[in-house]
Design a binder for this molecule. Structure first.
Ligand SMILES: Cc1cc2nc3c(=O)[nH]c(=O)nc-3n(C[C@H](O)[C@H](O)[C@H](O)COP(=O)(O)OP(=O)(O)OC[C@H]3O[C@@H](n4cnc5c(N)ncnc54)[C@H](O)[C@@H]3O)c2cc1C
Length: 469
């Protein structure tokens, strides 16, 4: 029997299913919700009458595995690529950071030096820290797994301005924890891979369709392999015969499988495994040690464009030193009455302190930051809003976390046909769609013996000579 039961239809579950189907196995994805995508999906909002993403999701050019998955799904052309990021810096116009034709790691040097956000001393200090990141290579990065990134910034004599205006916005956006809480190796990876390794790596990809539409082709691929997707099906437990997983238990009864892949979060997994399973499989022992970090997404609808000044419109804005971290221009939407509204999405990462706030309090704060970033928007009120609190957006990538992130394969006396995936597993990546796709590919390889994780984009020759990898 070649049926693989996959618990969860998020990115990891879809990745595991698509790759195992290609190897002749029969994947059956069981998803508790009525749609695919997990934490990277969309919902119908009755208030605005719009289909909204739970939050803006960004991929980068260095995300080889999620991009490979999109390609296999045939949706890669639904990404729009941004080679530059815009950094609010009022009362001046926003600064632009972009790669040019210089070889990595110098590809952003010219525009970085032109940014008015930082003093020349801070720029030199940031450049020195970047050089240190290159020279330390991958081994040096891993040596920071037990220390917060802020200690690296201390060692590199980074000023408060450099931290607030440069390091913090990037780290909190990518790792969903501030510099003084995130494990050094996670933050270092963002800079080594995303900013230094190559000129394409930092290019930002944004979906031009609803996130949930990206997964539509999965159903056809799995059906063609003899498998399928069962939405609205909750796994209540993993069936275990004392040695192997024999399938999963749902409200409809036992769903047998030759292999079981769990892609659910650690707290959910803890609910569907039994004590005897935990006793023999060490990957299941530390599930309660994973904390979570929230993200807040705020959809704002205006009658006039707001992300623009007298010279141009901005597709997005980073807000250095502010509570709101990003604004994204999501284009216009047509309401039921035929009016065109301008859709702006605000993102607040590591949003613990925002979780108790009411919607009106949240919107008030976000509008203060919008008026700061784009002074011309002052006084313009949104005609509709929708806040989305994702309390368990990502696992907390704190120092020491990598020691307990489990691999896909059972080691030692583990349950031989139970495979783990999900962004919290041992992927070498923070909690991202890239990490989720990697984990799914690794699980599929562990089962089928074929395929595997897609290699990183090779670094440029100069940065490689300098010692990055
Ligand atoms: C607000 C927000 C913003 C983000 N921004 C970005 C970004 O910009 N870029 C980026 O790369 N990443 C981003 N992420 C992270 C990214 O969404 C996740 O890392 C990724 O989607 C995780 O995928 P996954 O498959 O590992 O887990 P999940 O998406 O959580 O999938 C697990 C699935 O299992 C299902 N499930 C749970 N229990 C059961 C059960 N008992 N039976 C059946 N099914 C079950 C769940 O419903 C879910 O669909 C963001 C996340 C959030 C929440």
């Amino acid at each position: 029997m070649k049926r693989i039961v996959i618990i969860g239809g998020g990115v990891a579950g879809i990745a595991a299913a698509v790759r195992s189907a290609e190897s002749g196995w029969i994947p059956l994805v069981l998803e508790t919700r009525g749609k695919l995508g997990g934490r990277a999906t969309s919902f119908d909002d009755p208030r605005t009458g719009q289909s909204l993403d739970n939050c803006q999701h960004v991929v980068m050019g260095c995300c080889t595995n999620i991009l490979d998955l999109y390609e296999r799904l045939g949706v890669l052309d639904r990404l729009e690529w941004h080679r530059e990021t815009w950094w609010a810096n009022p009362p001046r116009r926003p600064d632009r950071l972009r790669a040019d034709g210089w070889p990595a790691p110098l590809h952003m040097t010219r525009s970085f030096l032109q940014m008015r956000l930082l003093s020349i001393d801070d720029k030199i200090a940031v450049g020195t820290a970047m050089l240190r990141m290159i020279r330390m290579g991958l081994a040096g990065r891993e040596a920071w797994c037990d220390r917060p990134f802020s200690e690296f910034l201390d060692e590199q004599n980074q000023s408060i301005d450099a931290r607030d205006r440069f390091w913090e916005p990037i780290v909190v956006g990518a790792c969903n924890l501030p510099c003084d809480e995130v494990a050094g190796n996670h933050a270092l990876q963002v800079f080594q891979e995303g900013f230094l390794a190559g000129s394409w790596h930092a290019t930002m990809g944004l979906a031009t369709c609803d996130l949930r539409d990206l997964y539509d082709p999965a159903e056809r691929i799995l059906r063609a392999a003899g498998g399928g997707i069962s939405l609205g099906t909750s796994v209540r437990g993993i069936a275990f015969d004392g040695i192997r997983a024999s399938g999963v238990v749902t409200d409809e009864g036992l769903v047998p499988g030759a292999a079981v892949v769990s892609t659910v979060s650690p707290d959910r997994l803890a609910k569907i495994v039994s004590r005897p399973m935990v006793a023999i499989d060490r990957r299941l022992r530390d599930l309660d040690r994973f904390g979570v970090s929230p993200i807040l997404g705020v959809h704002l609808f205006f009658e006039t464009p707001v992300l623009r000044d007298d010279r141009r419109s901005y597709p997005h804005l980073v807000l250095p030193g502010r509570e709101t971290h990003w604004f994204f221009d999501k284009g216009t939407v047509r309401t039921e009455t035929g009016a065109d509204l301008h859709h702006v999405h605000a993102v607040i990462s590591a949003a613990d302190s925002w979780m108790p706030l009411s919607e009106s309090e949240i919107v008030e704060r976000v509008l203060v930051d919008l008026a700061w970033a784009m002074p011309s928007s002052r006084g313009i009120e949104p005609v509709e809003v929708r806040t989305v609190k994702e309390r368990k957006a990502t696992f907390r990538a704190e120092p020491g976390i990598d020691a307990i992130r489990p691999g896909a394969r059972p080691g030692g006396r583990g349950i031989p046909n139970l495979y783990l995936a999900g962004d919290w597993c041992d992927t070498g990546w923070p909690a991202t769609m890239e990490g989720a796709a990697r984990s799914g590919y690794a699980a599929a390889e562990a089962i089928t013996g074929e395929g595997g994780v897609i290699a990183d984009v090779p670094p440029g020759w100069l940065v490689s000579r300098l010692g990055l990898r």
